[in-house]
Design a protein around this ligand. Structure first.
Ligand code: RFL
Ligand code: PHB
Length: 394
């Protein structure tokens, strides 16, 4: 069977789902193909922090009710080193912008319910197998959903994550890939425990990095730097709490509050950019095109930024027969992407203990942290980047 739509989207992650909403708002049809089940998509634990304009966009799309009610809104973050804490007043430094802590799977639940409520098509359990004809004006996507099917469309958008096949459909000779792999990973836990601190803590202590984040008043999210090759079985709950205390406790008597750990896992950290993000009638968006280490909390936000640019460009092409924004898609996106790559690399190198670096370089990272403490323009640059740079399409 061949289905027909205007924009065929691969992947029901943040990039694919936000795109389908934005296109619907512009009167453009789409179908999303997602290899996993709805339940799987809605249960995958990932990001936690939304930039201020992403929350605004959720309101504009009519799916902002739960985030307004259930998210945690913070005015700053805490940086910690040498067992001392420093509050970065993000809201004060950015003219009133706040940080929203609302988990990615909750965003996905809101996007999926909203899209299905509009009668939108998301085909779960539909694995994309091949993308055809991207250098013609009749591209198509072959997929398997209990049998072989095809979608014929005007444009294909691969929002299929880092391991997807969309990026590979751009001929290797036509793309340049930039990559950095970090020699450490993050061990993340969910614990049923009360809130320990009123904002996120990013700590660089002797044994390495730790991050204290939150999910609900009685479920907390925490991460510690570890060897990316570690077996999670080697990390008993006791060992995890020992490391969290070593890295987060301070000298004023404050103590991290413990609880039962009910989820744990290890992720590796990398930076990656693919240039271009378009080839013929194929556009790639989100993690399919670029990866950042999570220390800057940028991955989901960048995925949404890409599809905002793409939706406006597709609208100009369909409504006004103006293809110039589509032609500039790569250039427009990569300007923002490279700034997020720089910020995520800066936060990652400044806050982790890298055994391949010299003692000299480690001291430089502490000097960087001290600059944020003592020099307002340095603190402001961190704050503006963290909360989300202004959105310009020039
Ligand atoms: P996704 O979310 O990977 O979605 C891609 C979807 O495509 C589907 N797919 C296919 N479907 C059909 N056919 C195929 N052949 C397919 N191949 C793949 C997949 O099943 C999947 O559903 O990509 P997208 O939409 O680009 O979104 C990117 C974000 O998910 C990612 O950047 C963030 O989670 C990164 N991230 C963070 N980002 C933030 O903005 N703020 C944060 O605080 C933050 N913290 C994090 C993070 C990522 C983390 N991990 C797990 C790496 C914390 C962590 C620990
Ligand atoms: C999270 O809550 O999962 C989280 C928060 C901040 C980050 C990364 C992840 O930088």
């Amino acid at each position: 069977m061949t289905l027909r739509t205007q924009v065929g989207i691969i992947g029901a992650g943040p990039a694919g789902l936000f795109l389908a909403h934005l296109l619907h708002q512009a009167g453009i049809e789409s179908i999303i193909l997602e290899s996993r089940s709805r339940q799987d998509v809605e249960q995958t634990l990932r990001a936690g922090v939304l930039e201020h304009w992403v929350v605004q966009l959720m309101h504009d799309l009519g799916i902002g009710e739960r985030v307004a009610r259930e998210a945690h809104f913070h005015d700053g973050i805490t940086l910690q080193w040498n067992r001392q804490r420093h509050h970065v007043d993000i809201t004060g430094l950015t003219g009133g912008k706040r940080i929203t802590v609302y988990p990615q799977h909750e965003v996905l639940k809101d996007l999926i319910a909203g899209r299905l409520g509009q009668g939108g098509q998301i085909l779960f359990g539909a694995r994309c197998l091949a993308i055809n004809g991207i250098d013609s004006d009749r591209p198509s996507i072959d997929f398997d959903m209990d049998g072989a099917d095809t979608i014929a469309c005007d444009y294909v958008v691969a929002a299929d994550g880092f391991h997807g096949l969309g990026r590979q459909a751009i001929p290797a000779a036509a793309r340049t890939e930039y990559q950095k792999i970090y020699p450490f990973g993050w061990l993340g836990i969910l614990t049923r425990a009360p809130l320990s601190w009123h904002e996120l803590i990013y700590a660089n202590q002797q044994d390495g990095f730790a991050l204290l984040s939150t999910r609900t008043p009685d479920v907390q999210r925490m991460y510690i730097q570890c060897d990316p090759a570690d077996d999670i079985a080697a990390w008993s709950d006791e060992r995890i709490w020992g490391q969290l205390h070593d890295r987060l406790d301070v000298d004023d008597g404050w103590q991290l509050r413990e609880g039962p750990i009910f989820q744990k896992g290890i992720v590796s950290l990398r930076s990656f950019v693919c240039d271009p993000m378009q080839y013929g009638r194929l556009f790639i968006a989100g993690d399919a095109a670029h990866i950042v280490p999570p220390t800057g909390a940028k991955g989901l936000n960048l995925a949404v930024a890409d599809v905002l640019v793409l939706a406006r460009a597709l609208e100009a092409s369909y409504r006004r027969n103006d293809g110039s924004l589509l032609d500039r898609y790569t250039a427009t996106c990569l300007r923002r992407v490279w700034k997020a790559e720089r910020f995520s690399w800066y936060m990652t190198t400044m806050l982790h203990n890298n055994e391949h670096e010299t003692a000299f370089e480690r001291r430089i990272h502490f000097a960087d942290l001290d600059l944020v403490r003592t020099l307002e323009p340095q603190a402001r640059a961190l704050a503006e980047n963290y909360v989300g740079l202004p959105f310009d399409e020039a």
